[in-house]
Design a binder for this molecule. Structure first.
Ligand code: GLC
Length: 534
């Protein structure tokens, strides 16, 4: 069994984690400095065992590192390769594995490959990117739209062709059907694997291949103009999840296997059948991200149905995974509220498979409203005022109640949340019932519980539709998790007589005390974990 099967992953958005050199932007040395907080081997630390670091490659930062100009170097904003090596070494000392972001779909427009490719039509690297002629009237080759607003095509006046960009114009798409691109990109994986990384989070995976016919995409009949994200105007049948993607999963798995037990998690906002296809295309050291907890409405029945199906279909040959927030989406405490977020955390950390925690989630950080003049995110700049901007969920981690929340000694690149004096790591470490302590207790319990790590999952049918309950079972042990999704008190009948309290979301019930289960009362948003006695 691989270490990843028992992992709890923590996503670090490096710009916002910890600034060690007082420029207002987080960096690699900042991460290294705080590794003990993440895992010092004791139950006082958070206890995670894998970190995924969002991109630290050389970049002009038009999309904050997701626009790469050199895949084999670290941007000076974040530090140096030496700092990177030190981070890996220090992380490994603490038994923390390090996963890097890998961005296959595109590079920066300033990457030397694109500079060559755009220099002339007969440059040897012309075909490394996706170039097409205009339509006879000069307009773009088809109706494909960019995820960050506007056409997916940008006209190049020098060579009189359009190039494709799935994201901003400064992120031209690579042509993965060119074998040289394949080779160059796979060698980048090897470069970092040789340096000791333990795997990759693969960015924008579903977008890598586009249909070779370049046909227009059909309209989406459900699209509401002015309300929905403009990207939803079409059904993306030619630009997402094309067939070659599944072979690429296997190719990536093979390259990783050259270096032993290495893991990859691919970004995918796809439906369940597609996620399953992605799973089946690789081995147990690959999982496509499951973002359904971000996408589904907070509703016990809907969650139950999804988890029942997902857990069963992923089965034991692959690794289920669950995510509550990430750097592209609203934070969970803002989406569903602070109290429901505690319930969601108990759910995420008691299911089968691999949970991924977004930095700051562990203290209940919320989205921070960003005044117009401070907006950084290119998405918000391109499609303003629709609530699509990602800055609110990328604000500095709140370490303590000092100025700038202890993140930096100077004004940070994005404003710090106003509530940082009460919502911060130092304060919450002292409060036995804090969000942070809920995380720590759940993570540490999970780590030691074979039942949570390896047990089966079976949901219960509960009469109250706002309550979701399930059993995790291993050998002779049964753990019951019962979660009230609503803001109202609920009386629930359960098919068990007695249970011993492991913990409750409010952390205010005596651990180890025995409770009758045939009829139990749950407070608003309350979740319980019990060992079933009978
Ligand atoms: C992915 C990243 C997002 C980035 C985009 C372009 O969706 O998660 O942050 O902007 O790809 O690389």
């Amino acid at each position: 069994m691989s270490d990843f099967e028992t992992a709890v992953v923590y996503q670090i958005y490096p710009r916002s984690f910890k600034d060690s050199n007082s420029d207002g932007i987080g960096d690699l040395n900042g991460i290294t400095e705080k590794l003990d907080y993440l895992n010092d081997g004791s139950d006082n630390s958070l206890g995670i065992n894998v970190i995924w670091i969002s991109p630290v490659y050389k970049s002009p930062m038009y999309d904050f590192g997701y626009d790469v100009t050199d895949h084999t170097d670290v941007d000076p904003i974040f530090g140096t390769l030496k700092d990177f090596d030190r981070l890996i070494k220090e992380a490994h000392k603490r038994k923390i594995k390090v996963i890097m972001d890998f961005i296959p779909n595109h590079t920066s427009h300033l990457h030397p490959w694109f500079l060559e490719s755009s220099s002339s039509r007969d440059n040897p690297k012309r075909d490394w990117y996706v170039w097409r002629d205009p339509k006879p009237d000069g307009s773009p080759p088809n109706n494909w739209v960019s995820i960050f607003g506007g056409s997916r095509w940008e006209y190049d006046t020098k060579t009189n062709q359009y190039f494709m960009h799935t994201f901003i114009t400064k992120q031209p798409d690579l042509n993965w059907r060119n074998p040289q691109v394949n080779e160059a990109m796979l060698n980048i994986l090897r470069f970092w694997l040789q340096r000791g990384v333990d795997g990759f989070r693969v960015d924008g995976f579903e977008h890598i291949f586009k249909h070779t016919d370049f046909l227009d995409e059909p309209s989406n009949p459900d699209y509401k103009h002015g309300i929905d994200d403009p990207y939803k105007i079409h059904k993306h049948i030619h630009t997402r999840n094309q067939d070659e993607l599944y072979s690429l999963v296997a190719i990536f798995n093979e390259v990783l296997a050259e270096f032993g037990e290495k893991f990859m998690i691919t970004e995918s906002y796809s439906d369940l059948p597609t996620l399953l296809k992605l799973y089946q295309a690789g081995n147990k050291l690959h999982a496509p991200f499951n973002f359904h907890f971000i996408l589904l409405p907070w509703n016990a029945q809907i969650y139950k149905e999804f988890i029942d199906e997902f857990d069963e279909q992923v089965g034991v040959d692959y690794l289920p995974n669950y995510v509550l927030s990430n750097h592209d989406r609203s934070r969970v405490a803002s989406r569903i509220g602070m109290n429901a977020a505690r319930t969601a955390v108990m759910l995420q950390l008691t299911l089968r498979g691999m949970p991924t925690i977004y930095y700051g989630e562990e203290i209940g950080m919320k989205d921070v409203p960003i005044p117009k003049e401070l907006v950084q995110d290119p998405f918000e700049k391109n499609v303003p005022g629709m609530g699509l901007g990602r800055d609110p969920s990328r604000t500095p981690l709140q370490w303590n109640s000092e100025k700038h929340a202890g993140f930096s000694s100077v004004n940070p690149w994005l404003p710090t949340a106003e509530n940082y004096r009460s919502v911060n790591i130092a304060e919450e470490s002292q409060d036995p019932r804090s969000f942070l302590n809920l995380y720590k207790q759940l993570i540490h319990f999970r780590k030691r519980s074979e039942t949570l790590l390896f047990g089966t999952y079976t949901s219960l049918v509960i009469k109250k539709k706002d309550v979701f309950a399930y059993i995790r079972e291993y050998k002779k042990e049964k753990i019951l998790i019962v979660l009230n999704f609503s803001g109202k008190q609920k009386m629930v009948e359960l098919p068990f007589v007695q249970g011993k309290i492991i913990l409750n979301t409010g952390l205010d019930q005596q651990k180890g005390s025995v409770k009758k289960l045939q009829k139990i009362s749950l407070r608003p948003h309350e979740g319980y974990m019990f060992t079933i006695l009978k």
